[in-house]
Write a protein that binds this ligand. Structure first.
Ligand code: NDP
Ligand code: GDR
Length: 329
């Protein structure tokens, strides 16, 4: 892949994930050379980036392995690093707490150490999470709201956030932490509740199944669209100073709201199909999240474009279309 002198290079860890795929698209549009780090797998994990895989460079590495991280930074010499890789599913963090800490917490330090050793002028983005607010101290949550994580995942993300702040303050790195609230899309993995619902609704509508088993329907989240959130990540690294930013819509809805709307969008009544299943209830829950993104609005000029209602509708339509194609084959 040819590179002009002025062209910037971005390294994305977690390029095969939901956010990685949207961020790669955005950075290609912005004229970047995009390098994506993937970990070795015996199967093809490029599903979400199939449409752009010819336009990005893929390098092999793992957040667990310091040598691979250092070598990648030395070989790629990126201008910007977006650290999106993590064990990102909250329930798994209770069954694999140590691994979650290795990936999601210490993994951040490994990337920062690689940057510090090779080129401290590289800009760094850390994918921090509203799960850090957990049992919330105030509402809405902003950059100064104290953290009270409720899962090993949330605890690991608090570490990732503070090590990012610490490397900024200790070594003067351009290290930025984006505290994103939940963001979803038709590329979301099916274990997360929004996609589980949109996929379930489509299956029921097409007669492939009769029920949808869910956990706590009363949990509330501030849900946005992933495409909007990756734009905020990029904007954060274009600022004159590294900083921390909350990215959120400022609206909160319950899982029940999502379910009701998703079923209603295909003219079904959710109460006939949804079964509560204790297997999906968490040992400790984050009851309600709502973010205050005024700082991002003012300093980044960022605001979300997709509403909750549009998000639900888009996700259900996408699953109906995908499953409809399979059913017809
Ligand atoms: P996904 O789970 O979709 O993607 C995670 C990515 O990390 C995948 O590409 C995965 O690779 C990769 N990965 C996992 N472990 C390792 C490892 N040890 N070494 C290298 N790569 C690894 O997450 P999202 O795209 O939804 O989220 C991106 C980031 O943002 C995550 O850090 C998440 O915790 C954080 N976040 C997400 C929010 C959201 O609502 N989506 C909100 C706030 C924060 P593979 O394909 O091989 O599994
Ligand atoms: P979350 O997302 O834990 O907020 O983390 P998830 O979609 O898994 O859960 C949201 C809420 O829905 C409730 N829920 C269920 N959740 C799942 N997965 N499956 C169910 O059947 C179900 N029933 C009810 C949950 O209890 C919870 O309250 C996401 C991830 O992307 C993190 O990586 C990210 O940091 C945060 O968002 C912000």
């Amino acid at each position: 892949m040819g590179q002009s002198l002025a062209q910037k290079t971005a390294l994305i860890t977690g390029i095969t994930g939901q956010d990685g795929s949207y961020l790669a698209e955005l950075l290609l549009q912005e004229g970047y050379r995009v390098v994506g780090m993937t970990r070795r797998s015996s199967t093809d994990v490029h599903e979400r980036i199939e449409h752009i895989v010819e336009r990005v460079d893929i390098v092999s590495g793992d957040l667990l392995d310091q040598t691979s991280m250092t070598n990648i930074i030395a070989q790629v010499r990126p201008d910007e690093v977006y650290n999106l890789a993590a064990q990102s599913f909250v329930p798994t963090s209770w069954t694999q707490p140590v691994l979650t800490g290795e990936f999601t917490a210490l993994g951040v330090t490994r990337v920062l150490e690689a940057i510090r050793a090779i080129d401290p002028s590289i800009k760094f983005y850390q994918a921090s999470s509203s799960e850090m607010f957990g049992k919330v101290a105030e509402a809405p949550q902003n950059e100064r709201t104290p953290f009270y994580p409720r899962s090993p995942y949330g605890v690991a993300k608090v570490y990732g956030h503070w090590i990012t702040v610490n490397y900024r303050e200790s070594y003067g790195l351009f290290a930025t932490s984006g505290i994103s609230f939940n963001h979803e899309s038709e590329r979301r993995a099916k274990e997360f509740v929004t996609r589980k619902i949109s996929d379930g609704v489509a299956r029921i509508k097409l007669g492939l199944t009769q029920e949808l088993r869910l956990g706590n329907l009363d949990a509330r989240r501030d849900w946005g669209y992933a495409g909007d959130y990756v734009r905020a990540m990029w904007l954060m690294l274009q600022q004159p100073q590294p900083d921390d930013f909350v990215i959120a819509t400022g609206r909160t809805h319950s899982v029940r709201d999502f379910v009701r709307l998703a079923f209603a969008s295909v003219d079904l009544d959710y109460e006939k199909y949804v079964v509560q299943d204790l297997r999906f209830v968490r040992p400790a829950e984050v009851d309600v999240l709502i973010g205050d993104a005024s700082k991002a609005r003012e300093l980044l000029g960022w605001q979300p474009n997709v509403t909750f209602e549009e998000l639900v509708d888009t996700m259900v339509r996408a699953d109906l279309e995908r499953l409809g194609r399979l059913v017809r084959v």
